[in-house]
Design a protein. Structure first.
Length: 365
């Protein structure tokens, strides 16, 4: 073998090992508490990037030097669990019979951005977000960033739309911090006994659904706190037009990412403790501000909670659609005598989040 060929082969092996290692590290970085190693959360968020890079390397290996292909292939096999959480492969969903529909309910979770329309246009002088909520006819609607429940002229929230919501959902709790619930079923707010800083991010309710008791946690875990300037720098970076400026703001952006991850980790532990103490039928839904394999999801889920998207969807998706942060950060977790039998991600892009509509079926007594 010529010296030049050996060098190229050595570089290829090194590249394969590096990419495989990064795929595995990013896949399982969510196992690490960000309070101990904050950068682990940022590495975990890069998992989709390393999936793409590893796929490219695998294809190149197959086309050039097939023996090397076992390196990225082994990494894919070893990260099968996180891969499935990120991109499940459910071919079909359960079709409910007429009798089963009487024992089912639909839950919508949606960060509504206070009913603003990012597009700026309001067709038919109505608010499209409220029109969508009404069109789903969900039985329980968990909203994040919903601090108002009244006509708002600047966002075309008409009195007739608010009246329609009130008629459809006689049971409501509008949180001053943004977590709100609309329900066809009777609800009772729960005092979580946590400090005010976390109380504004987590709300809980007892819901009497189909004559069964259900505890619903409506969450908006701590966001990154990026300013408009921060987001613009990130946009410039992703379009390769702000490399020089990024070196200046990189420490600040990473610092904010790490601080938010540590805060979400603490909130996840608080939430997990309350869930364990409460028991019974539980749904945790909302804007987690973090990806499927993150520490917060792993902590809240533990060994007994199910992910409605992972159990019913096919392929990856995103639920945040702004500022080039294309991630699935909205989730629906559950446990108890109920099964998630379908989940739909809406395509409405009025808010900076897409909605998730989940159908639940009560198990037989």
């Amino acid at each position: 073998m010529a010296k030049g060929t050996r060098i190229i082969k050595s570089i290829g092996i090194a590249l394969n090992i590096f990419v495989a290692a990064m795929l595995l590290i990013s896949a399982y970085a969510g196992c690490i508490n960000p309070s101990s190693l904050a950068i682990s959360a940022t590495i975990n968020m890069s998992f989709p990037i390393w999936i793409s890079v590893a796929l490219i390397v695998l294809i190149i290996d197959i086309l050039t030097y097939r023996k090397m292909a076992f390196i990225p292939l082994s990494a894919f096999i070893l990260s099968a669990g996180p891969l499935y959480n990120y991109s499940p492969f459910n071919i079909s969903t359960k079709q409910l019979s007429r009798s089963e529909k009487f024992h089912s309910f639909k839950l919508l979770t949606y960060n509504v951005l206070n009913f603003k329309n990012r597009k700026g246009n309001y067709p038919n002088d109505t608010n499209p977000t409220i029109s969508y909520i009404l069109s789903t006819d969900a039985d329980i609607v968990c909203l994040q960033e919903c601090e108002y429940f009244q006509p708002l002229e600047q966002f075309n929230v008409a009195a007739t739309q608010i009246d329609s919501l009130r008629q459809r959902y006689p049971h409501r709790w509008i949180g001053t911090s943004g977590q709100s619930i609309l329900s066809k079923f009777p609800i009772t707010p729960i005092n979580l006994g946590i400090d005010d800083d976390d109380k504004r991010d987590i709300a809980a309710y007892l819901v009497e659904a189909n004559n069964r008791i259900l505890t619903v946690y409506n969450v908006h875990l701590r966001s990154f706190g990026f300013t408009g300037e921060d987001k613009q720098f990130y946009n410039d970076l992703t379009t390769f037009s702000g490399k020089e400026e990024f070196s200046q703001v990189k420490p600040k952006l990473i610092s904010k990412l790490n601080a938010a991850a540590r805060h979400r980790a603490r909130q996840a532990r608080l939430l997990k403790a309350h869930i364990d103490k409460t028991g019974g039928n539980i749904i945790v839904c909302g804007d987690f501000n973090d990806t499927p394999n993150c520490y917060a999801i792993r902590t809240i889920s533990g060994d007994c909670m199910h992910d409605a998207y992972v159990e019913n969807a096919f392929g990856p998706t995103i639920t945040y659609n702004a500022d080039r942060f294309y991630f699935r950060i909205d989730h629906v977790l559950y446990k108890g005598a109920l099964d998630a039998v379908n989940i739909e991600r809406g395509s409405q892009d009025y808010s900076d989040h897409y909605p998730l509509l989940t159908t639940f079926l009560w198990q037989e007594n």
